[in-house]
Design a protein around this ligand. Structure first.
Ligand code: NI
Ligand code: MN
Length: 226
């Protein structure tokens, strides 16, 4: 899989010939100012919850690419009502798309739209199929429910976990999360974007390596392969 990080929790992942974009928050992010949002290719935009730092560029990317917005019922229908293609889901459900299977997972967090309107409950996604299996956790605390993932999904090749603390779990809890989901390759996200979530990169990497795990802290705008 080819993975490009756009800052905060925004990723583009090429999966089985399709471009999946997750939680695009790029244009307001000073750290991602080199990224041209209009140049981003997407077949699907997967949205974990309704917070501003996950949805700001959903409409631009969906419109430019005629992409399908995938998310919880309230989030997906919100973008559907604005004329975008959409596929609503809810927790515990899975659907076979043309690229693979998406299962919506639990997250402990909140999920209102920037105007305060109801965004349903936040979630995450497990993507599986011919291209491999990965977990995009969305914004979440460490939760016991993560143990359900290895019980109900194919073995994870990697997981994208928030590690910035304050609004989500910090890297210490993310180490435990990686045990719960039985995965040793973790891509960190949701850190350093604002003052509340600045982290010590070396300490975070050390916390994972002590447990024999690898924490990848991707560079914004760089593409890498797993
Ligand atoms: Ni959030
Ligand atoms: Mn967030």
């Amino acid at each position: 899989m080819k993975i490009t990080f756009y800052g905060q929790a925004s990723f583009q992942i090429e999966y089985n010939g399709k471009m999946l974009v997750f939680d695009p928050f790029i244009s307001p992010n000073e750290q991602a100012k080199e990224i041209d949002v209009n140049g981003i290719k997407a077949d699907y935009v997967l949205v974990s919850h309704a917070h501003q730092d996950h949805i700001v560029d959903v409409e631009t990317i969906a419109k430019n690419n005629q992409a399908t917005v995938v998310g919880g019922y309230e989030v997906a229908t919100h973008f559907g009502s604005k004329g975008h293609k959409y596929h609503p889901m809810n927790h515990g459900g899975k659907w076979n798309f043309d690229f693979g299977t998406v299962k919506m997972t639990n997250a402990i967090h909140s999920s209102s739209f920037p105007d305060g309107s109801y965004g349903g409950y936040p979630g995450g996604f497990v993507i599986s199929g011919d291209g491999g299996t990965f977990y995009f956790a969305g914004d979440t605390a460490l939760t016991w429910d993560m143990k359900l993932i290895p019980m109900t999904c194919p073995k994870l090749d990697f997981a994208i976990l928030p590690i910035g603390d304050n609004f989500t779990m910090g890297y210490e809890d993310a180490v435990l999360a990686s045990d719960f989901i039985e995965c040793d390759t973790i891509i960190g996200c949701h850190y350093d974007t604002f003052g509340f979530i600045e982290i010590d990169h070396e300490a975070a990497k050390e916390a994972f390596s002590k447990k024999g795990k690898n924490l990848i802290l991707p560079e914004i705008g760089k593409t890498f392969e797993i």
